[in-house]
Design a protein around this ligand. Sequence first.
Ligand code: FEO
Length: 392
Amino acid sequence: MAVRDITEGVLSVGVIDWNREIFDELVPLPWGTSYNSYLVKGSEKTALIDTVDEAFDNEFVANLINAGAGMVDYIVVNHAEQDHSGALPLALELFPMATVVTTPRCRDLLISLLQIPEQRITVVEDGEELSLGNKTLRFIHAPWVHWPETMLTYLVEDRVLFSCDLFGSHLATSDLFAGEGICAPEKRYFAEIMMPFRKQISEHLARLEGMEIDFIAPSHGPAYDKPEIIMNAYREWASDDLKNLVLIPYVSMHGSTAEMVKVLSDALIRHGVGVLPIDLARQDTGRLAEALLDAATIVLATPTVLKGPHPLAANAAFLVNMLKPKARCAAIIGSYGWGGRTLKVLTEMMPDLEAEMLDPVYIKGMPNEEARAALECLADDIFKRHQDYNIV
Ligand code: FEO
């Protein structure tokens, strides 16, 4: 990636990964990603903010040369995850006099994950500042975006917030700055990575309210020269606001469960409630995560395979539990052939889901009139609860 100026004395020296298809062997990346790193040149000292994924060592070195990095005095590590710290051992070889600056928790992780020598690391407290001469770095401890050690770094004079994974997006683009609107990659990224930490993120956002920020320079995706756009989006996503929407992740082997989904969807639509059925055999988990961010109700639909839920439904239940969506209601529907413990297994897989569990509709074979009536009742129930919660 070409080296470019964020503002005077602040250079983007990271790399674009145009071809990466999956992250953490879990998160699909339909738009690739980038690993952002920034060089801050003060009148007396130079600091590197984060590094890049180890796979891009060579390109990173070329960028540092092109940026005229010269001597780097400090390497600020906002986050220990290897997509940002993977090239740290190389950077420490390139700049033998450089000191790693990070949080106490990150120090421990850098030592255990990357065997970084402890004597090369200095820890900073929340609010501590570091002078580079005419530029000052202020460190803001921001745990759980999305690891416990995460930190933001603020460049005081230029009002640049190096925000770590916060405000990022898995998007490979040659644009240095994001455009005027929020795009799908940013929302999906929040849903996949930040949703479980909405409470902590709201607290961090409140803390940023009083700061003057001209630029946000995140660790993935484009930077922002209009920070309010992404900050407003985060305020909404981190809030308790919900849409009048029922998300229906489903699997169907021979059509019975799909027919139940259709009956339920039609009934909800007649009530004016939005529906989003997601076929788990055909849609990726990123789409599921994104939908979980807004939906007021989640209805998981599955056939019974042998003694329990279809494995794709079990995987979806596990993800729902892990991502902790803000949905107010949830239900399970499905069809079985000769028995099984599907309801019990799925319910026990979602202990962290705070939504109220509505009565399930669990039937034998294809939905008959009685089953269709039960699904209509479930739709009525969901509609009334959305009304009660003022989700319209
Ligand atoms: Fe982009 Fe949590 O690393």
